[in-house]
Design a protein around this ligand. Sequence first.
Ligand code: PMP
Length: 285
Amino acid sequence: RTVYVNGEYLPETEAKVSIFDRAFLMADGVYEVTSVLGGKLIDFDGHAKRLARSLKELDMKAPCTEDELLAIHRELVARNEITDGLVYLQVTRGSAGDRDFAFPDPETTEPTLVLFTQNKPGLADSPAAKTGIKVISLEDIRWGRRDIKTVQLLYPSMAKMAAKKAGCDDAWFVEDGKVTEGSSNNAYIVKGGKIITRELSHDILHGITRAAVLRFAKEAQMVVEERSFTIEEAQQADEAFVTSASSFVMPVVELDGAQIGTGTPGPVAARLREIYLEESLKLAV
Ligand code: PMP
Protein backbone atom coordinates (compact mmCIF):
# COMPACT_ATOMS: atom_id res chain seq x y z
CA ARG A 1 0.00 0.00 0.00
CA THR A 2 1.20 3.50 -0.80
CA VAL A 3 0.77 6.06 1.97
CA TYR A 4 1.33 9.82 2.12
CA VAL A 5 3.58 11.49 4.68
CA ASN A 6 4.50 15.19 4.57
CA GLY A 7 4.67 15.66 0.83
CA GLU A 8 5.82 12.16 -0.11
CA TYR A 9 4.08 9.07 -1.46
CA LEU A 10 5.84 6.05 0.05
CA PRO A 11 5.39 2.31 0.57
CA GLU A 12 3.80 1.98 4.04
CA THR A 13 6.88 0.18 5.38
CA GLU A 14 9.06 3.21 4.58
CA ALA A 15 6.80 5.89 6.07
CA LYS A 16 8.26 7.52 9.19
CA VAL A 17 7.09 10.03 11.83
CA SER A 18 9.18 11.29 14.75
CA ILE A 19 8.76 9.62 18.16
CA PHE A 20 8.53 13.20 19.48
CA ASP A 21 5.50 13.93 17.33
CA ARG A 22 2.89 15.46 19.64
CA ALA A 23 0.15 13.17 18.39
CA PHE A 24 2.24 10.19 19.55
CA LEU A 25 3.09 11.75 22.93
CA MET A 26 -0.05 13.80 23.69
CA ALA A 27 -2.79 12.87 21.23
CA ASP A 28 -2.24 16.39 19.86
CA GLY A 29 -3.74 15.73 16.46
CA VAL A 30 -6.96 15.72 14.50
CA TYR A 31 -8.26 13.41 11.80
CA GLU A 32 -10.91 12.78 9.17
CA VAL A 33 -12.21 9.64 7.49
CA THR A 34 -13.74 9.99 4.05
CA SER A 35 -15.41 7.09 2.32
CA VAL A 36 -14.78 6.10 -1.28
CA LEU A 37 -17.53 4.56 -3.39
CA GLY A 38 -17.00 3.69 -7.03
CA GLY A 39 -13.59 5.38 -6.82
CA LYS A 40 -15.12 8.71 -5.75
CA LEU A 41 -14.92 10.63 -2.49
CA ILE A 42 -18.14 10.99 -0.51
CA ASP A 43 -18.81 14.33 1.26
CA PHE A 44 -15.20 15.46 0.73
CA ASP A 45 -16.07 19.12 1.08
CA GLY A 46 -17.73 18.54 4.48
CA HIS A 47 -14.73 16.63 5.78
CA ALA A 48 -12.29 19.29 4.55
CA LYS A 49 -14.35 22.05 6.18
CA ARG A 50 -14.59 20.20 9.49
CA LEU A 51 -10.83 19.55 9.42
CA ALA A 52 -10.24 23.30 9.01
CA ARG A 53 -12.53 23.95 11.98
CA SER A 54 -10.80 21.32 14.19
CA LEU A 55 -7.41 22.87 13.34
CA LYS A 56 -8.65 26.37 14.13
CA GLU A 57 -10.18 25.35 17.46
CA LEU A 58 -6.80 23.88 18.52
CA ASP A 59 -4.66 26.73 17.14
CA MET A 60 -3.01 24.36 14.71
CA LYS A 61 -1.58 25.33 11.34
CA ALA A 62 -3.22 23.91 8.24
CA PRO A 63 -0.69 21.69 6.44
CA CYS A 64 -1.95 22.68 2.97
CA THR A 65 -4.94 24.03 1.09
CA GLU A 66 -8.24 22.20 0.59
CA ASP A 67 -7.46 21.79 -3.13
CA GLU A 68 -4.13 20.18 -2.30
CA LEU A 69 -5.86 17.85 0.17
CA LEU A 70 -8.32 16.78 -2.50
CA ALA A 71 -5.46 16.11 -4.92
CA ILE A 72 -3.67 13.96 -2.31
CA HIS A 73 -6.87 12.00 -1.59
CA ARG A 74 -7.38 11.34 -5.30
CA GLU A 75 -3.76 10.38 -5.88
CA LEU A 76 -3.84 7.81 -3.06
CA VAL A 77 -7.18 6.38 -4.22
CA ALA A 78 -5.71 6.00 -7.72
CA ARG A 79 -2.33 4.59 -6.64
CA ASN A 80 -3.98 2.02 -4.36
CA GLU A 81 -6.75 1.25 -6.87
CA ILE A 82 -9.49 1.83 -4.31
CA THR A 83 -13.00 1.36 -5.67
CA ASP A 84 -14.75 1.08 -2.30
CA GLY A 85 -12.94 1.99 0.88
CA LEU A 86 -11.80 4.76 3.17
CA VAL A 87 -9.19 7.50 3.19
CA TYR A 88 -7.80 8.27 6.65
CA LEU A 89 -6.18 11.67 7.14
CA GLN A 90 -4.37 12.90 10.24
CA VAL A 91 -2.83 16.28 11.00
CA THR A 92 -0.72 16.69 14.11
CA ARG A 93 0.96 19.70 15.65
CA GLY A 94 4.23 18.10 14.68
CA SER A 95 7.40 17.64 16.66
CA ALA A 96 9.61 20.09 18.55
CA GLY A 97 12.19 17.32 19.04
CA ASP A 98 11.46 17.00 22.76
CA ARG A 99 8.57 16.49 25.17
CA ASP A 100 6.91 19.60 26.57
CA PHE A 101 3.29 20.37 27.49
CA ALA A 102 3.50 23.85 25.98
CA PHE A 103 2.79 24.02 22.25
CA PRO A 104 5.95 24.46 20.17
CA ASP A 105 6.42 27.72 18.25
CA PRO A 106 4.20 27.44 15.14
CA GLU A 107 6.73 29.58 13.23
CA THR A 108 9.38 26.89 13.50
CA THR A 109 7.26 23.71 13.77
CA GLU A 110 5.60 22.13 10.77
CA PRO A 111 2.43 20.09 11.19
CA THR A 112 2.61 16.40 10.30
CA LEU A 113 0.22 15.31 7.55
CA VAL A 114 -0.40 11.59 7.08
CA LEU A 115 -2.92 9.88 4.81
CA PHE A 116 -3.56 6.23 4.04
CA THR A 117 -6.30 4.24 2.37
CA GLN A 118 -8.24 1.20 3.54
CA ASN A 119 -9.66 -1.10 0.90
CA LYS A 120 -13.26 -2.13 1.76
CA PRO A 121 -14.83 -3.95 -1.21
CA GLY A 122 -18.62 -3.75 -1.05
CA LEU A 123 -18.53 -1.04 1.64
CA ALA A 124 -22.08 0.10 0.82
CA ASP A 125 -23.52 -3.46 0.88
CA SER A 126 -22.54 -4.28 4.44
CA PRO A 127 -24.49 -7.31 5.76
CA ALA A 128 -24.98 -5.44 9.08
CA ALA A 129 -27.19 -2.92 7.29
CA LYS A 130 -29.62 -5.74 6.52
CA THR A 131 -29.78 -7.17 10.05
CA GLY A 132 -29.11 -4.05 12.10
CA ILE A 133 -26.66 -3.76 14.99
CA LYS A 134 -26.92 -4.22 18.76
CA VAL A 135 -25.68 -1.53 21.10
CA ILE A 136 -25.05 -1.12 24.82
CA SER A 137 -25.08 2.16 26.73
CA LEU A 138 -22.09 3.48 28.64
CA GLU A 139 -21.45 6.60 30.68
CA ASP A 140 -19.86 9.31 28.50
CA ILE A 141 -16.60 10.13 30.28
CA ARG A 142 -14.88 11.79 27.29
CA TRP A 143 -13.61 15.38 27.45
CA GLY A 144 -15.91 18.37 26.86
CA ARG A 145 -14.90 19.28 23.31
CA ARG A 146 -16.20 16.32 21.34
CA ASP A 147 -16.96 18.68 18.46
CA ILE A 148 -13.21 18.70 17.72
CA LYS A 149 -12.22 15.52 15.91
CA THR A 150 -9.09 14.67 17.88
CA VAL A 151 -7.18 11.39 17.89
CA GLN A 152 -7.95 10.86 21.60
CA LEU A 153 -9.77 7.60 20.91
CA LEU A 154 -8.90 5.48 23.93
CA TYR A 155 -12.34 5.63 25.56
CA PRO A 156 -14.21 4.94 22.30
CA SER A 157 -11.87 1.95 21.82
CA MET A 158 -12.67 0.73 25.35
CA ALA A 159 -16.37 1.20 24.59
CA LYS A 160 -16.11 -0.99 21.46
CA MET A 161 -14.37 -3.66 23.53
CA ALA A 162 -17.09 -3.49 26.22
CA ALA A 163 -19.74 -3.83 23.50
CA LYS A 164 -17.94 -6.82 22.01
CA LYS A 165 -17.65 -8.45 25.44
CA ALA A 166 -21.43 -8.02 25.88
CA GLY A 167 -22.03 -9.72 22.51
CA CYS A 168 -22.95 -6.40 20.87
CA ASP A 169 -21.58 -4.27 18.06
CA ASP A 170 -21.24 -0.78 19.48
CA ALA A 171 -21.94 1.57 22.38
CA TRP A 172 -24.05 4.70 22.84
CA PHE A 173 -22.71 7.22 25.32
CA VAL A 174 -24.95 8.75 27.98
CA GLU A 175 -24.37 11.99 29.88
CA ASP A 176 -26.76 13.47 32.46
CA GLY A 177 -29.24 10.74 31.54
CA LYS A 178 -29.30 11.64 27.83
CA VAL A 179 -27.66 9.95 24.86
CA THR A 180 -24.82 12.04 23.43
CA GLU A 181 -23.72 9.90 20.45
CA GLY A 182 -22.33 6.52 19.48
CA SER A 183 -18.67 5.61 20.07
CA SER A 184 -17.89 6.55 16.46
CA ASN A 185 -21.20 7.73 15.03
CA ASN A 186 -24.20 9.97 15.65
CA ALA A 187 -27.30 8.43 17.26
CA TYR A 188 -30.95 8.74 16.20
CA ILE A 189 -34.36 7.39 17.08
CA VAL A 190 -37.58 7.43 15.08
CA LYS A 191 -40.95 7.85 16.80
CA GLY A 192 -44.25 8.33 14.98
CA GLY A 193 -42.35 9.00 11.74
CA LYS A 194 -40.27 11.78 13.38
CA ILE A 195 -36.47 11.56 13.19
CA ILE A 196 -34.95 12.60 16.53
CA THR A 197 -31.25 13.30 17.08
CA ARG A 198 -29.31 15.37 19.59
CA GLU A 199 -28.74 19.02 18.72
CA LEU A 200 -25.23 20.22 17.82
CA SER A 201 -23.05 21.53 20.66
CA HIS A 202 -19.60 20.87 22.13
CA ASP A 203 -21.04 17.57 23.46
CA ILE A 204 -20.99 15.70 20.14
CA LEU A 205 -19.08 15.50 16.91
CA HIS A 206 -20.81 17.44 14.16
CA GLY A 207 -21.10 14.46 11.86
CA ILE A 208 -20.69 15.13 8.17
CA THR A 209 -23.02 12.21 7.44
CA ARG A 210 -25.47 13.62 10.02
CA ALA A 211 -25.59 16.97 8.20
CA ALA A 212 -26.16 15.31 4.82
CA VAL A 213 -28.75 12.82 6.10
CA LEU A 214 -30.77 15.54 7.87
CA ARG A 215 -30.67 17.69 4.75
CA PHE A 216 -31.87 14.82 2.53
CA ALA A 217 -34.55 13.90 5.11
CA LYS A 218 -35.93 17.45 5.12
CA GLU A 219 -35.84 17.56 1.31
CA ALA A 220 -37.90 14.35 1.33
CA GLN A 221 -40.47 16.09 3.62
CA MET A 222 -39.54 13.96 6.62
CA VAL A 223 -39.86 15.58 10.05
CA VAL A 224 -36.61 16.14 11.96
CA GLU A 225 -36.43 17.09 15.63
CA GLU A 226 -33.02 18.04 17.04
CA ARG A 227 -33.10 17.28 20.77
CA SER A 228 -31.59 14.84 23.24
CA PHE A 229 -33.32 11.65 24.35
CA THR A 230 -32.91 9.01 27.06
CA ILE A 231 -32.08 5.31 26.74
CA GLU A 232 -35.64 4.50 27.90
CA GLU A 233 -37.13 6.66 25.15
CA ALA A 234 -34.86 4.99 22.60
CA GLN A 235 -35.88 1.53 23.80
CA GLN A 236 -39.52 2.47 23.22
CA ALA A 237 -38.90 4.10 19.84
CA ASP A 238 -40.15 2.65 16.57
CA GLU A 239 -36.64 2.61 15.14
CA ALA A 240 -33.08 3.62 15.91
CA PHE A 241 -30.00 4.10 13.77
CA VAL A 242 -26.55 5.64 13.62
CA THR A 243 -24.71 7.56 10.93
CA SER A 244 -21.02 7.89 10.07
CA ALA A 245 -18.80 8.25 7.04
CA SER A 246 -17.84 4.58 7.14
CA SER A 247 -21.25 3.05 7.97
CA PHE A 248 -23.52 5.61 6.22
CA VAL A 249 -26.92 4.92 7.85
CA MET A 250 -26.84 1.82 10.07
CA PRO A 251 -30.00 0.49 11.76
CA VAL A 252 -29.87 -0.28 15.50
CA VAL A 253 -32.21 -3.10 16.53
CA GLU A 254 -31.28 -3.70 20.16
CA LEU A 255 -30.30 -1.38 23.00
CA ASP A 256 -29.14 -2.70 26.39
CA GLY A 257 -30.85 -6.01 25.64
CA ALA A 258 -34.21 -4.46 24.72
CA GLN A 259 -35.49 -4.96 21.19
CA ILE A 260 -36.26 -1.74 19.33
CA GLY A 261 -39.46 -1.79 17.28
CA THR A 262 -39.75 -5.11 15.49
CA GLY A 263 -36.10 -5.99 16.12
CA THR A 264 -35.35 -5.61 12.42
CA PRO A 265 -34.21 -2.53 10.44
CA GLY A 266 -37.08 -0.07 10.17
CA PRO A 267 -38.45 1.62 7.04
CA VAL A 268 -37.21 5.12 7.92
CA ALA A 269 -33.62 3.98 8.47
CA ALA A 270 -33.75 1.87 5.31
CA ARG A 271 -35.09 4.77 3.26
CA LEU A 272 -32.54 7.23 4.68
CA ARG A 273 -29.72 4.81 3.88
CA GLU A 274 -30.98 4.51 0.33
CA ILE A 275 -31.42 8.27 -0.13
CA TYR A 276 -28.04 9.03 1.44
CA LEU A 277 -26.16 6.54 -0.75
CA GLU A 278 -27.94 7.70 -3.88
CA GLU A 279 -27.71 11.47 -3.29
CA SER A 280 -24.19 11.56 -1.85
CA LEU A 281 -22.92 9.46 -4.78
CA LYS A 282 -24.31 12.08 -7.15
CA LEU A 283 -22.30 14.74 -5.30
CA ALA A 284 -19.18 12.58 -4.95
CA VAL A 285 -15.87 13.91 -6.26
N1 PMP B 1 -19.41 10.89 16.43
C1 PMP B 1 -18.20 10.38 16.68
C2 PMP B 1 -17.71 10.32 18.09
C3 PMP B 1 -17.41 9.88 15.61
O1 PMP B 1 -16.19 9.38 15.87
C4 PMP B 1 -17.91 9.91 14.31
C5 PMP B 1 -17.13 9.34 13.15
N2 PMP B 1 -15.96 9.99 12.91
C6 PMP B 1 -19.18 10.46 14.08
C7 PMP B 1 -19.90 10.95 15.18
C8 PMP B 1 -19.78 10.55 12.70
O2 PMP B 1 -19.16 11.57 11.96
P1 PMP B 1 -19.07 11.49 10.37
O3 PMP B 1 -20.47 11.34 9.88
O4 PMP B 1 -18.48 12.79 10.00
O5 PMP B 1 -18.22 10.32 10.05
